[in-house]
Design a protein around this ligand. Structure first.
Ligand code: GDP
Length: 461
């Protein structure tokens, strides 16, 4: 499938657990000399004579110096994560010890692994396809239940299985159509055009479905940007506190977040909501309705996937809100009007006062009344009715891009079949489509692209 990559035959080594102090740290080696390198450092037993998938307790010694008492796990290829001989050394969690053990491996011929190189090797040995390998990176980075589920689904095969199936069936047709070209004098048709047409239709539907799932995929993977705006005293900071008390998400690094802006995040039903400019809300600088025309609020709203407009339901007139709704719609801003302080009026009178505006919900930020319904409504808005987050979801921009190319080549084939174009032209379109399908799962790839994809992993994976 692929030419040999540079450094392919090396034995690689890296810390597989996060750097820093921990109870234990796992150092992983993979490659042809993994067993012999560790064996040299492990005098109490001959590891070369041990069976695969066994654990061994003993000292790692660099010459006469005992570095640490460790547990060594042996995995003989191809039954290992990478498909090669793999050794995992569980040592004590001091970074100093770990560094010394890694250095001892390096001085005996191992090379430090590049980011993602273990998973890259797993891919190259056919242990994972590219979608699965990328899902490993997504799983490591996932910080909500929904993103974890989507990543796990793809590791288990996910939509690459669907695409591989389509690709294989198209390959058969492609071969038959190319065969026809060899018999071009004789006007034969090996490839049943009706069957092929049905296959193309099915492929188009599948690809459209996957393309549509990307919006949801993006929500799952990157979260949703929400701006809470409203006049002073509407209750923005009260709402923020009520939401954060229950749902504050524990988030480490999110790609694209600048370190100097503090961002509060909420985890609602497994979806990550990222609140824009919460510092502004807390400092009461986030402005008033008149500021809809003011640059700062506008910018916040443009940045947001959803705008929560909070108003005091005892103060603000339906007319004033009506003007606002018009503005939101003109600017294609997705919004929800949230009438706060509902505890001060009856629900009936609120519903009649604000009958003309939509979408809306009434809450009491202070008592928490209806705040759960507000959360449900937000989730509903971002999922656009597709509540199902367990199925096949495209979360990766690279896949999205390739799927768009697949879709465009499928519509070329479709048109070609309608117009009964000659087999040689049809074959070209099919080849283009097969190429893009293969790019997603990695059946067609090149070294640069692979290096780029795997470079986004952390070291040791
Ligand atoms: P902000 O300026 O929009 O951030 O508004 P605050 O959150 O500071 O709230 C302004 C005032 O409204 C405070 O005195 C809150 O206690 C009060 N408030 C907020 N939410 C409610 C509510 O649901 N009901 C009632 N009765 N008062 C509320």
């Amino acid at each position: 499938m692929l030419g040999k990559l540079s450094g392919w035959d090396d034995t690689i080594v890296a810390l597989a657990t996060p750097s820093g102090v921990g109870a234990i740290g796992v150092i992983r080696l993979s490659g042809p000399t993994a067993f012999s390198i560790v064996n040299e450092l492990f005098p109490s037993k001959n590891l070369l004579q041990q069976s695969s998938h066994t654990l061994h307790v003993g000292f790692i010694k660099d010459g006469e110096i005992a570095l640490d008492e460790v547990v060594v796990a042996l995995f003989k290829g191809p039954k290992s994560y990478t498909g090669e001989d793999v050794v995992e050394i569980s040592c004590h969690g001091s970074p100093f010890i770990q560094e010394q053990v890694i250095n001892a491996c390096v001085s005996r011929g191992a090379r430090l692994a590049k980011p993602g190189e273990f998973t890259q090797r797993a891919f190259l040995h056919g242990k994972l396809d590219l979608v699965q390998a990328e899902a490993v990176a997504d799983l490591i980075a996932s910080n909500t239940e929904a993103s974890r589920k989507a990543a796990l689904h793809n590791i288990r095969g996910g939509f690459s299985v669907v695409l591989q199936g389509l690709r294989e069936r198209m390959l058969t047709f492609s071969a038959l159509i190319e065969l026809e070209l060899d018999f071009s004098q004789e006007d034969v048709e090996f490839a049943d055009r009706t069957q092929f047409f049905n296959l193309i239709n099915e492929a188009e539907r599948t690809v459209q479905h996957l393309l549509q799932s990307f919006q949801l995929g993006n929500v799952i993977k990157n979260g949703v940007q929400v701006a809470i705006i409203g006049k002073p005293n509407a209750g923005k900071s009260t709402l923020l506190n009520t939401l954060l008390n229950e749902n504050r998400a524990i988030v480490s690094d999110i790609a694209g977040t600048t370190r100097d802006t503090i961002e509060e995040t909420l985890n609602i039903n497994g979806i990550l909501f990222r609140l824009i400019d919460t510092a502004g809300i807390r400092e009461h600088t986030s402005d008033v309705i008149e500021s809809i025309g003011v640059e700062k609020s506008l910018e916040k709203m443009r940045q947001a996937d959803v705008v929560v407009y909070l108003f005091d339901a005892n103060e603000m007139s339906a007319d004033e809100l009506g003007t606002l709704v018009k503005d939101f719609k003109e600017q294609s801003i997705e919004f929800l009007l949230v009438g706060n302080k509902a505890d001060k009026s009856s629900e009936e009178s609120l519903l009649s006062t604000y009958a003309s505006i939509d979408p809306k919900i009434f809450i009491s930020a202070k008592s928490g009344w209806n705040v759960d319904e507000l959360k449900d409504k937000l989730v509903e808005m971002v999922l656009h009715g597709s509540v199902q987050t367990e199925g096949t979801v495209v979360t990766n921009a690279r896949h999205q891009h390739a799927l768009q190319q697949v879709a465009s080549s499928l519509s070329d084939i479709h048109r070609g079949l309608d117009d009964k174009i000659p087999g040689d032209l049809l074959a070209l379109d099919i080849r283009r489509c097969l190429h893009y399908l293969g790019e997603i799962t990695g059946e067609i790839s090149n070294e640069d692209r692979l290096d780029y994809i795997f470079s986004k992993f952390c070291i040791g994976k």
